[in-house]
Write a protein of this length. Structure first.
Length: 353
């Protein structure tokens, strides 16, 4: 039986983890293990106000706030016997750790909060520039390219020096960012130890571009992959947020004979492949970290700068940021809370490795 956030009162400090996709949820779960001094609660990603009405109407089913993402998150939390407090309504929390800030619930306001980077973020586009300029526009219009722009958190734990610089260029405050690595992508060598039975194929990792209202020519993408395969076996891993029926028909039409997977570890498939073809996926970072030949919509020289800090301590690093934030919260001087200056030298990969 999973825990209930409305249990007996405790004098210990409380932290709420706002989860999302499987990747986001597993990362926050790993971080929580290093915060044993806290009482924990977990919730699926949630929205409030008019956005909650939209979620109930199914209009947010392609986002982590609704649809199968919400149910998968709850299934994971229950199967791991984690205390659940849907929407964080059970307690007045001392700290909130969230996987995304495209929407920040009202209950987070006024609380100490830590944002944890999920993985790859979208390139800046017209929506990004509009959202950044006109603050009244909802950040979700720009998708993950607007990650960090809420400024409604105390610390933002990012994957690498490269991402630090990328977020800073996009307008995220440098003094709020900490380079910690991110749990699911900071030990890529571990992905080589897997039981996926195939080897030496061209791997195609698709995206959910169409489901998130971006332009995507799927058939042209698949034809490019066929040319790159040059007769080698092809494996296609479909994005979990895709409409599988449509995607399966397209792959079967353009890549007859290809093996298609709708589930399983994409990272293990990357580890065993000879070459990777994708668009905006975090798997491109995994591929480059493992020395694979990678084709994506990014330039590889740019991607190499973004590869997450490779360390076994990413979860512990992020937990240390949370602990320090709590320990020093009574300080009247915001700069003294973290010791962070406007440069990367105070909290960087020299401190966290």
């Amino acid at each position: 039986m999973h825990g209930d956030a409305r249990g007996a009162k405790s004098k210990r400090l409380r932290v709420l983890f706002i989860c999302g996709s499987r990747n986001q949820t597993t990362q926050l779960h790993q971080i929580s293990k290093y915060l044993s001094a806290f009482d924990h609660s977990f919730t699926p990603y949630f929205v409030t106000g008019v956005y909650e009405l939209a979620r109930e109407a199914g209009l947010l089913d392609s986002t982590i706030a609704g649809g199968h993402w919400r149910e998968e998150c709850l299934d994971y939390l229950r199967s791991n016997n984690l205390p659940i407090d849907v929407r964080g309504e059970g307690y007045n929390y001392d700290l909130v750790v969230t996987c995304q800030d495209l929407f920040m619930p009202r209950m987070v306001r006024g609380k100490r909060a830590v944002l944890v980077q999920e993985g790859m973020v979208d390139p800046d586009n017209a929506w990004f520039h509009l959202v950044r300029r006109f603050k009244f526009l909802p950040r979700w219009l720009a998708s993950t390219s607007a990650t960090g722009l809420s400024d409604a958190y105390d610390r933002f734990c990012v994957a690498s020096d490269g991402f630090f610089d990328l977020f800073a260029r996009r307008g995220v405050k440098r003094e709020k960012m900490v380079i910690t690595g991110i749990p699911n992508f900071s030990q890529c060598e571990n992905f080589r130890h897997n039981d996926f039975p195939h080897r030496d194929y061209l791997l195609v990792c698709t995206s959910d571009s169409r489901e998130t209202f971006k332009f995507h020519n799927r058939r042209a993408f698949l034809r490019r992959a066929k040319l790159l395969a040059n007769g080698r076996p092809i494996i296609v891993k479909l994005h979990p947020n895709e409409r599988f029926e449509r995607a399966l028909a397209e792959v079967e039409s353009e890549l007859p004979g290809a093996s298609i997977f709708t589930s399983g570890s994409a990272e293990a498939m990357v580890a065993n492949c000879a070459e990777l073809v994708t668009e905006w996926s975090s798997t491109a970072l995994v591929g480059l970290a493992l020395g694979k030949r990678v084709h994506s919509n990014f330039k590889n020289e740019d991607l190499r700068k973004l590869i997450p800090l490779q360390t076994p301590n990413a979860s512990a690093n992020i937990a240390a940021v949370c602990q320090t934030l709590i320990d020093d919260h009574r300080s009247a001087d915001p700069a003294s809370v973290s010791g962070v200056s406007n440069e990367k030298s105070a909290w960087n990969n020299e401190a966290f490795a």
